[in-house]
Design a protein around this ligand. Sequence first.
Ligand code: FMN
Length: 213
Amino acid sequence: MNISSIRTDYVRSSLSEDEAGGNPMQFFDRWLGEAISAGIIEPTAMALSTISEAGIPSTRIVLLKGSENGKLRFYTNYDSDKGRQLTGNPAASLLFFWPQLERQVRFGGYVHQISGDESDAYFYSRPFESRVGAVVSQQSRVIGNREELDRDYEALLEKMRPDPEAVRRPENWGGYEFDPVSVEFWQGRASRLHDRIRFRKVAGEWVRERLSP
Ligand SMILES: Cc1cc2nc3c(=O)[nH]c(=O)nc-3n(C[C@H](O)[C@H](O)[C@H](O)COP(=O)(O)O)c2cc1C
């Protein structure tokens, strides 16, 4: 297969300064709503990049679980690779790609852990099985084999089934809030002349700029 010949011309839409407005987080919420309405699979899936101690970026998908007060929220294990990297360096980037809408949104910013109470609120809203899974998973640790994981999960599931409320949130499981300092909206256009509108936070105010494709 000759992958260099795969080519899509983007003709669906365009992006003007007027549409983007002056507040990128309000505009992001609009695009996110359109991605959800368009029936995109996992519209809240975003690539999160963090930086290792050696300075090597590392990227994985996590799910957006809230967009409020200009901040983006996700949940994970604080002792995972990403959690440890974020403890060492809170700088991160987030990226959404919604191919059916020919759109990409790219964020740069900083994260901080949310409070235990806030993490509790989300943890206890999750299904019993997911809560048990979060307790059993030592995310990003090397394990012997799949059977070991299944055995631990089944054992805890059986033990807790009579009293599901007793599955407590592990101390090392919780949320992060991402505070953006830059947001770029990309709308695919014909002939590779895409629309790119970037916002940068300068002295607490959003500055809007158009970038060359
Ligand atoms: C669609 C999708 C959604 C995911 N959502 C999450 C999530 O919300 N939180 C999370 O910790 N991992 C999530 N993962 C798993 C991560 O991509 C990753 O494997 C895991 O967090 C371990 O990453 P780390 O070792 O870099 O810390 C998701 C993966 C996919 C493909």
